[in-house]
Design a protein around this ligand. Structure first.
Ligand SMILES: [Zn+2]
Length: 421
């Protein structure tokens, strides 16, 4: 079915245009440009949907429960937070995994995310034995995405040591067999893509990193890993390998154009150079990194080296892509004592850079997936905003409350006020 949508404005990273329409056909944008006939969307602007490139959906359940000191842990930090997160992860079963993921993905759609990358590491029964279907929990996540209509990149995550028994596989071969099986199962499911991940250099030894790196390279799969989130992780990696995490990943053959490093908060100049040389990407998760006391992305060094950047809501302390983007620039301002810091060549505003990081593109273009958001132009946060300032008003002066509708694969997946999630 071919359908043309006629909003008041179409937003891209640089501005907004009127008198144009977006034609959707078979899940893709067939045309973007001048149009007069079609379905009018009065009071609405259309923009690309945001990509949430790093999620642990179940962690949304910690909301509000971890914002106080436990008497037994007078010094609270990432590592004590992790104990509380493990307690939650210990309780999950396939049904509850599907339910918690469904709710989280529903919230994402209402906030303007049209696609999510789930970094999935709760695999087995609490005692570590596999479910009858060893991918039962991964499939629960995929079914939750299908329940809500969000696009999912599902990353089964290798975990060899530490954490809970239910995170771990006995061998990398067993792990990769499960990935193969999941890839087979996902065929014919249009919203589901399967990639692969290793949890971190803490949880995965060098031999596994090599195997997983070559598996991903052979089949050109998206490949993710947490790295450089916490100073202690770097100290432990130096003690074990005499290398920093990204240096180890480079030596293990883990880095390539298909690789995304989650966080890179404490990446050294040399590590950033390595990411750039290998064409790897970085995913920043500012609201989570702030909440956990991790620190923040060395965004200037990422931008300077032209390392591709994406955002993730990670632990889901907040689900709001506008806030994630704003935080990246705000942290750069706090650090430098300047304004409008993250400028790419020929730009005078950080907005285009930030929106490209959020959308994975610079605007709606023919050939893109038909993943769009409807912006409510009558929302109070946009009152009196000039059209030419709309992209910056979204990034710097607004939040997800102005998302009135979300389209994924050419279908309406969320309409404000119409769905009960
Ligand atoms: Zn994470």
């Amino acid at each position: 079915m071919r359908q043309t949508l006629l909003p008041d404005l179409i937003v891209d990273a640089h501005g907004a245009s009127s008198g144009a329409g977006i034609t959707v056909e078979r899940g893709r944008l067939a045309a973007v440009g001048p149009a007069t006939a079609g379905e009018r969307l009065p009071g609405r602007a259309l923009a690309p949907g945001f990509i949430n490139d790093h999620s642990h959906a179940f962690q949304r359940g910690l909301r509000g429960a971890v914002e106080r000191i436990e008497p037994s842990q007078p010094r609270d930090d990432f590592w004590t937070w992790r104990e509380r997160m493990y307690a939650l992860a210990g309780e999950l079963a396939p049904d509850s995994m599907r339910e918690v993921s469904r709710r989280c993905y529903g919230e994402m759609l209402s906030a303007g995310y049209t696609s999510v990358t789930e970094f999935h590491y709760v695999h087995h029964r609490p005692d570590g034995t596999p479910y009858r279907d060893p991918n039962a929990l991964a499939k629960a996540v995929a079914l939750a995405a299908e329940d809500t209509g969000i696009r999912l990149l599902l990353l089964p995550v290798a975990y060899a040591r530490g954490g809970l028994p239910r995170f771990q596989d006995l061998s990398v071969q067993e792990f990769l067999q499960r990935v193969d099986d999941l890839r087979g199962w996902s065929k014919g499911r249009p919203l589901i893509e399967v990639g692969v991940a290793a949890h971190s250099v803490r949880a995965v030894p060098r031999g596994w990193l090599q195997e997983i790196g070559s598996y991903a390279r052979r089949d050109d799969l998206p490949l993710h890993i947490h790295a450089d989130e916490q100073p202690r992780e770097i100290e432990e990696c130096l003690a074990e390998h005499e290398l920093r995490p990204v240096e180890l990943l480079a030596e293990a053959g883990f880095l390539g154009t298909h690789t995304t490093i989650i966080h890179a908060t404490h990446a050294s100049e040399k590590e950033l150079d390595l990411l750039s040389q290998h064409g790897a990407s970085v995913c920043a998760c500012p609201t989570t990194e702030g909440n956990l006391g991790d620190g923040f992305l060395p965004a200037g060094g990422v931008l300077e080296r032209d390392i591709r950047l994406s955002i993730g809501s990670d632990s889901h302390v907040r689900i709001d892509p506008f806030e994630e983007l704003r935080e990246i620039e705000t942290n750069a301002r706090r650090l430098s004592g300047r304004r409008n810091v993250l400028l790419t060549e020929h730009e005078i505003s950080p907005t285009p850079y930030l929106l490209r990081a959020g959308w994975g593109r610079s605007g709606p273009q023919a050939g893109n997936p038909a993943d769009l958001i409807e912006i409510d132009l009558s929302h109070p946060s946009l009152a009196d905003v000039e059209t030419s300032n709309l992209p910056s008003a979204l990034v710097f002066g607004a939040g997800s409350g102005l998302v009135a509708g979300t389209w994924v694969d050419g279908r309406k997946a969320y309409a404000r006020g119409k769905t009960d999630r």
